[in-house]
Design a protein around this ligand. Structure first.
Ligand SMILES: Nc1ncnc2c1ncn2[C@@H]1O[C@H](COP(=O)(O)OP(=O)(O)O)[C@@H](O)[C@H]1O
Ligand SMILES: [Mg+2]
Length: 341
């Protein structure tokens, strides 16, 4: 693994067991997360973002299975990297890493909390387990954490139940719980999707602060490129279980090369557009089901640049446009060939 890389996914394949038949869901994705950086995984609903994030912590449900690939993690302790794929699914090692070194937050904060216990008891329990702290120490640390994530009057909030929190507060509470063990990586799966715009901006600001102040590395999953611009350093665009374009945010936004990326960017609302009452560009058609995966480039039925007998014949290979910019599209392979002639 390269020096500052802490999590590296290599050629990861995931399949769905459907009545004994293996249906591909994720088809050989590669990405790297560097220390202190935010990598965004972006794509429309159904493209495999959540399945990928579950696989990272070996949390896939029984019907989904990693069939090949590597998930290499470099712990902060300087020991040799560990390949999560090689670990027993519910073994001691991966359970130690989950929540301790890598924490996860979701769209739905209630899945992180029991309705029966106070927020303080639930976060305190995590702290006591991992830091072997006393009850009083854990409570004090919980109040500190609640304060850190911007929960007003944390000394009172610590004794409240999840149902007494608003949606935005629960989201902050879940982030506090995720931070309780001081993880080095946070995986955030659509953490702001269910929130209204104002609260969404506040939660994004909180995550941005965690990155800036604490150097937290994050895998940030979203279907919304508008959010990516606000938080990520690097972005990987996913379509039907493949990464179709990848690079630094500035490069991908300024110089998008895959027709799918271009469509996603065109679909971001801009201030001027709304006042001008211009219709938002949306992407023609919808993501096909796993059982009707188009042959070749899976995006070809929706693509304005579709080339017959090429795009529908085989998946496009990876083209490196520059040391920092990769794309999987025949348009670029053709351009590369021409340049070589
Ligand atoms: N437990 C499951 N059983 C069957 N199909 C699933 C399961 N989880 C996800 N899928 C399918 O896998 C694909 C990717 O899903 P997902 O990762 O949830 O997409 P995203 O998070 O990008 O919206 C979708 O077609 C979805 O229907
Ligand atoms: Mg999802």
């Amino acid at each position: 693994m390269q020096n500052d890389v802490i999590l590296e996914v290599h050629n990861l394949h995931i399949t769905l067991d459907f009545d004994g038949e293996d249906i591909p869901v994720v088809q050989g994705i590669d990405f790297e997360l560097s220390a202190g950086k935010v990598l965004a995984l972006v794509g429309e609903s159904g493209c495999g973002k959540s399945v990928t994030s579950q696989a990272l912590l070996r949390l896939l449900p029984r019907e989904l299975r990693i069939t090949s690939g590597q998930i290499n993690f470099q712990a902060a302790d300087g020991q040799a990297p560990v390949d999560f794929v090689s670990l027993a699914k519910d073994g001691k090692k991966i359970r130690e890493i989950r929540g301790n070194q890598i924490a996860m937050i979701f769209q739905e904060p209630m899945s992180s909390f029991s309705v029966l216990h106070t927020i303080g008891n639930q976060i305190g329990e995590v702290i006591r387990l991992h830091l072997k702290a006393s009850k009083a120490e854990a409570r004090a640390l919980t109040v500190e954490l609640l304060d850190k994530v911007g929960i007003p009057d944390p000394a009172r909030a610590v004794d409240q139940y999840p149902y007494e929190f608003s949606g935005g507060m629960r989201q902050r509470g879940m982030i506090a719980k995720a931070l309780a063990c001081n993880p080095s990586v946070l995986i955030a799966d659509e953490p702001t999707t269910a929130l209204d715009v104002t609260i969404q901006a506040q939660v994004l600001e909180l995550l941005r602060r965690l990155k800036a102040d604490d150097g937290m590395s994050m895998i940030f999953i979203t279907h919304d490129l508008g959010v990516v611009a606000q938080i990520a350093d690097d972005v990987a665009i996913m379509y039907m279980g493949r990464i179709v374009e990848k690079g630094p945010v500035g490069e991908i936004f300024g110089n998008p090369q895959h027709p799918y990326t271009v469509s996603l960017l065109n679909a971001i609302p801009r201030l001027g557009d709304l006042s001008a009452r211009r219709e938002l560009a949306s992407i023609r058609g919808s993501v096909p089901s796993l059982f009707e995966r188009p042959p070749g480039c899976a995006f070809h039925p929706r693509c304005d640049s579709f080339m017959e007998k090429l795009c529908d014949a085989q998946p496009p290979p990876l083209t490196r446009l520059s040391p920092i910019h990769e794309v999987r599209c025949f348009l670029h392979q053709a351009a590369e060939k021409e340049a070589a002639l």
